[in-house]
Write a protein that binds this ligand. Structure first.
Ligand code: NAP
Length: 314
């Protein structure tokens, strides 16, 4: 049984890393699988001001680096391998990755969520050529240019404020007549002289010649279309899209119980399948934050340990 992991954790964002830390600290043989880069979404976040104990100037990458170090210290194994298939039916679960196959006694799904796309014509074509989903990654490319932020939630407004560090002007384009972001965040944005608003409008089309040069907005109230062109001197402008997230759970569709694509769990992070737990942004919950993701990860690992002890103990 020595090649069988006590727990395989799929995903290495804050939920997966916290689960890895708790599981390996409990002496479970632990593997964390990640398909591309360690850290999940938070790696794209500049400021992590609301994670309890965050030090001043803490960034997403620095927080993740410390979590990884902790999980490694306790002996969690980490591997980059994209999971392609899973069999969760038997007592021993089988996870097939692109590179290898893994057997385990319990599974923690911590696959997170990804930015939602607008679905407007031109969006894909101009991604990385004017359209971005990460202010931390791409904000600096728009030094002294005009930037539009699409969305009205916490992410849109916070990232708009961050972008004012670089951009000449930031305009938030929202499809309603009021923001959805927390009042405290809204107040800061309304006070920021570099931020403007366009209400009741959605992006109809993005155009350009190799690089983004124009954006057509549709006013949902009046039906009027407005074409925004890049200043001649600038040649381009930025469109940062923050319109929510979609859960990364396709792999578990029809296998694990879900609600609108998010995995259903009980308070102990248990799914409908024995020995299978879910943690973080991929599950049904009311608040998707680093603090709740790490808490989920800790609970899932402790419950997985109990499950393994009860079902595989000597
Ligand atoms: P969100 O709260 O779901 O907001 C998405 C926004 O995008 C909404 O205003 C929505 O408009 C708009 N939208 C959706 N689809 C659109 C489309 N196709 N075209 C134009 N607009 C569209 O997403 P979020 O801001 O990314 O936040 C996600 C979660 O993370 C939330 O729970 C949030 O509180 C949390 N968060 C917290 C913080 C913080 O506390 N500091 C920071 C970031 C995120 P409608 O209102 O019309 O649907």
């Amino acid at each position: 049984m020595s090649n069988i992991y006590d727990v395989v954790i799929i995903g290495s964002g804050p939920a997966g890393l916290a689960a890895g830390l708790y599981a390996s600290r409990a002496n479970m043989k632990t593997l964390i699988l990640e398909k591309e880069r360690t850290g999940g979404q938070i790696v794209s976040t500049e400021e992590v001001a609301n994670y309890p104990g965050s030090i001043q100037d803490a960034t997403g990458p620095s927080l993740i680096a410390r979590m990884v170090e902790q999980a490694d210290e306790f002996g969690a194994e980490r591997k980059i391998d994209e999971v392609k298939e899973i069999n969760l039916e038997g007592k021993i679960k089988v996870i097939k990755g692109e590179k290898d196959e893994y057997q385990c006694k319990s599974v923690i799904i911590a696959t997170g969520a990804k930015p939602r796309l607008l679905g407007a014509p031109g969006e894909k074509e101009f991604t990385g050529k004017g359209v971005s989903y990460c202010a931390t990654c791409d904000g600096a490319f728009f030094e002294d240019l005009q930037v539009f932020v699409i969305g009205g939630g916490d992410s849109a407004v916070e990232e708009a404020m961050f972008l004012t560090k670089f951009a000449r002007k930031v305009t938030i384009v929202h499809r309603r007549d009021a923001l959805k972001a927390a009042k405290s965040i809204q107040e800061k944005a309304f006070k920021n002289e570099k931020i403007d608003f366009i209400w009741n409008s959605e992006v109809k089309e993005l155009k350009g010649d190799g690089i983004l040069e124009s954006m057509t907005l549709l006013n949902r109230e009046t039906g009027e279309e407005t074409v925004i062109e890049a200043d001649e001197e600038d040649g381009t402008f930025g469109v940062f899209v923050f319109v929510g997230f979609r859960p990364m759970t396709d792999l578990f569709d029809g296998i694990v119980d879900m609600e609108r694509g998010y995995i259903k769990t009980d308070d102990n992070m248990k799914t409908n399948i024995d020995g299978v737990f879910a943690a973080g942004d991929c599950r049904v919950k009311s608040l998707r934050q680093v603090v709740t993701a790490t808490a989920d990860g800790a609970i899932a690992a402790v419950q997985a340990e109990k499950y393994v002890d009860n079902n595989f103990g000597e």
